[in-house]
Design a protein around this ligand. Structure first.
Ligand code: TRP
Length: 373
């Protein structure tokens, strides 16, 4: 069957650094390594609608934004298939059949669903017996729709962030159940997590859990250099590090978490000037040396932040340039999406035929049943 990747993002906003280290960077590497036969990258608009039913315009507008983020981050449409979820109707049909293989109780136990229901204020307690608005059924079922996304393409590998682990586990259960009930049809996927611990869960600039638009703690891939510098300046560090001479804490210090995620050996030489000051200067060769100096005291937050801004802008500048070029020719970007969607639909249609055959609901193909030739 070959090695096949499927992954994607909800188009509810522009993509940020959390998306980049959590999965986008990996996707570009996987694309360039060439170890996969097919790579599908999905803009999950239907999933985005499960908690944005009253705001389809937001989802609509962000489809092109996410596509621009993908392409400017280095996804190459000659190597990957970028497509729009809702334009592949087979995915909703598969979801409907998979729904019969999952219990309400199992969905209620899904930790990501539980957490997201609370986060969105749908309900405070598990049975929903409070006065909150309640959880949309479609939202509650999105792990099932995600299993449809993955299996429709016979994906073997799903590169996603850690928060998606329960989704992949639930997908694997659906595959096992389907194959046990209807015969071997679907492929059981593996999750591919980011390899660097700091990338597993990049905190927001406020040091809080994850980057999220609603918390206003994101650095977007499309932010200008000035915005990045301003956001890094405002970053949470070690609240006990009041004087430059004080010993500082590295653990839980957001600037260091970001350096763990983004700093590479060549940055020390390229940005050595960040550590040259009026009062003191340092010459670091590795992040370990920077950490040791910070712990010992004498290294100020400003130097660190200047270093981090330089590193982030070094990463983002080529993306800004590519984005500006792509923005000059949006019809071309839409055409990439249209072609990718056509190819995705062909793939999903083949899986759906196999699913219908396995479930024996392909009635008109069964001449024994219908007597038709
Ligand atoms: N849930 C993912 C997110 O919020 C998006 C997504 C939808 C996805 N379907 C998927 C990811 C299938 C991987 C596989 O980012």
């Amino acid at each position: 069957m070959g090695k096949i990747i499927l992954t994607g993002d909800r188009p509810t906003g522009r993509l940020h650094l959390g998306h980049y280290v959590g999965s986008l960077r990996r996707r570009v590497e996987l694309q360039n390594q060439g170890g996969f036969d097919k790579i599908f990258i999905m803009i999950a608009d239907a999933q985005a609608l499960t908690d944005n039913a009253d705001n389809p315009e937001k989802v609509r507008q962000n489809i092109i934004q996410v596509a621009l983020d993908y392409l400017s981050a280095g996804l190459d449409p000659s190597k990957v298939n970028i497509f729009i979820q809702s334009m592949v109707p087979q995915l909703t049909e598969l979801t409907f059949y998979y729904m019969n293989l999952v219990t309400v109780q199992r969905l209620q136990r899904n930790p990501t669903v539980k957490q997201e229901i609370k986060l969105r204020g749908f309900s405070e307690n598990e049975d929903g017996s409070d006065n909150k608005a309640g959880t949309p059924v479609g939202f509650f079922c999105y792990p099932i729709s995600q299993a449809a996304d993955i299996t429709a393409f016979n994906a073997t590998t799903v590169p996603v962030g850690e928060d998606q682990e329960p989704m992949i586990e639930q997908c694997r259960e659906i595959v096992r159940k389907f194959n046990a009930v209807y015969g071997n049809t679907l492929t059981e996927p593996e999750i591919l997590l980011p390899d660097n611990a700091a990338c597993l869960r990049l905190p927001g600039t406020d040091g809080k859990a994850k980057m999220s638009k609603s918390l206003d703690n994101c650095i977007y891939l499309s932010d200008s250099a000035e915005e990045v510098t301003r956001k890094v300046k405002g970053m949470f560090t070690d609240p006990g590090h009041l004087q430059v001479s004080d010993p500082g804490k590295v653990e839980g210090n957001t600037v260091f978490t970001y350096l763990d995620a983004f700093c590479r050996p060549e940055h020390f030489e390229r940005y050595s000037s960040c550590f040259v000051g009026k009062k003191s200067s340092f010459s670091f060769k590795s992040l370990d040396e920077v950490k040791a100096q910070y712990r010992a005291g004498g290294l100020g937050d400003m130097m660190l932040k200047n270093f981090l801004s330089a590193i982030l802008n070094d990463l983002l500048e080529p993306m800004r340039v590519r984005r500006a070029q792509l923005e000059q020719n949006l019809p071309e970007v839409w055409d990439i999406l249209r072609k990718g969607t056509q190819a995705a639909e062909a793939e999903a249609a083949a899986t759906l035929s196999a699913v219908r055959r396995a479930m024996r609901i392909d009635y008109f193909n069964d001449s024994e049943l219908t007597g038709l030739k």
